[in-house]
Ligand binder design. Sequence first.
Ligand code: 76R
Length: 290
Amino acid sequence: MRNPDVPESLDGWAILHRMFRLDRRRWDALDRARRDAIEREASGLFSALARDAAADLGLAQLLGHKGDLMLTHYAHTFDALGEVQARVDKLALREYLEPMESYVSILELGLYGDTAKFHAELRDRGLKPHSDAWNAAFDTMMHEAASDPRNAARLFARIPARRYACFYPMNKKRAGDDNWYATPYDERARMMLEHGKIGRSFHGHVTQVISGSIGFDDWEWGVDLYADDPLIFKKLVYAMRFDAASARFGEFGRFWTGMQFSVAQLGVFLAGESSPALLADGAAETVLRR
Ligand code: 76R
């Protein structure tokens, strides 16, 4: 624990992404009453999850052949994610949704700058590294960082209510001279600072949710981007490719891109005649009560 080479992180929501293909032909072949009943059952569960203070649910209509529907689940524990996964699988709708992909991660705020500061401050206080006093002081600093309102709000923020969503997993390379994990801390911290600067130049235009998946899934991080204009994803991800943290060390998985929509628009999604909309909260209420 507390290896000075390892940047600390603050950890928030447990996250499960699930991508499904809708079996359009079989769904359309159902009679109207059956479709309505299946939709009502699914909407009931989805709206409960989207309103739960201890969970969240994002729905996105995906573009392309990699899936039609992405569910993004937030919960406080893996146990709760397991329960949600099982409840979705029990829905009659699952008969028509084929799982294509999934991703397990935990929302994280990386503390590259702070970790170095904490270590330096404890050194200046003359504490013996990893002594009980050093550990206690470190824990206090981490606790303070976690309760800083700016961090606390992000660790358990709701899924950003922006129309366009993009998800992809990524690694930091470990090959020959380009081994992120063998790169000295200061160099990594400098690159992350640079990364943050490029990111902040898009502030307001994009909301990013970085989640860590080392030990949980096939890649090291999950990246969720949300914006009101999909062109922003292209511009941001392209700009980052020139940033050393991505240019030298970034390795990327597949990308999923689509439009977020409200639970109240599930019927529109299933009908397949127009794109389901992301409604403002008040509008969602109205449609649900129809
Ligand atoms: O959290 C913060 O805002 C502090 C600065 C910051 C950290 C620590 C930050 C800012 N990121 C951090 C960590 Mn990021 N980020 C990505 C990608 O496509 C690519 O090339 C990379 C995918 C994007 C698009 C992005 C956007 N970030 C990380 C980490 C963890 C690394 C580690 O710990 O080693 C990864 C994998 C990662 C990847 N980042 C920002 C953004 C944006 C837009 C910002 C600025 C946010 C803002 O202030 O509005």
